[in-house]
Design a protein around this ligand. Sequence first.
Ligand SMILES: CC(C)(COP(=O)(O)OP(=O)(O)OC[C@H]1O[C@@H](n2cnc3c(N)ncnc32)[C@H](O)[C@@H]1OP(=O)(O)O)[C@@H](O)C(=O)NCCC(=O)NCCS
Length: 149
Amino acid sequence: MDPDPRPPQVTFAVTKDLPRAEVLALYRAAGWFAQDDPAPQLDAMIANSFAVSAAFDPAGRLLGMARALSDGVSDAYILDVVVRPDHRRQGIGRRLVSALAEHLATFGIDWIVCIGVPGTESLYQSAGGEPMTGHTPFRFALKPGEVAP
Ligand SMILES: CC(C)(COP(=O)(O)OP(=O)(O)OC[C@H]1O[C@@H](n2cnc3c(N)ncnc32)[C@H](O)[C@@H]1OP(=O)(O)O)[C@@H](O)C(=O)NCCC(=O)NCCS
């Protein structure tokens, strides 16, 4: 028997047409926004993403999402993978990532990368990803106008 079957009664779609309040609730549940933060940047985060995959219950309620930043032809980065806390460990996260990666691949994009937090290795591997060796993630936390010496 498949140990991680597609969860029943969950539908997946690649769409940016998502209820803002439910997106915000997901981001708050992940700890990415404080409960009292109206997060005005959230709309641009979604609108400026190349693609967003989303999971819905039969009532159309948003259960989870993942988004990708991309130039649309060669490179893409998957980020902000999140599932409602009461629907985790049902394979929804894995399906969100694999659906998004498959969508990106239809554009011929062959550099599809995700920087996962510790503990998410099996999630991304089960979605078709392979750990990268020979590459090191870097973050640039420079302030505007600040130039590295
Ligand atoms: C990370 C996150 C998206 C995973 O979502 P999810 O829907 O629970 O993911 P999946 O169910 O596809 O897989 C997660 C785990 O559940 C396991 N699992 C899946 N179906 C299961 C089931 N029916 N019974 C038991 N375990 C199951 C998977 O094997 C995996 O286990 P492991 O990671 O302990 O090895 C979710 O925990 C989340 O939203 N976290 C907060 C935001 C966050 O940290 N995102 C990651 C940023 S890199």
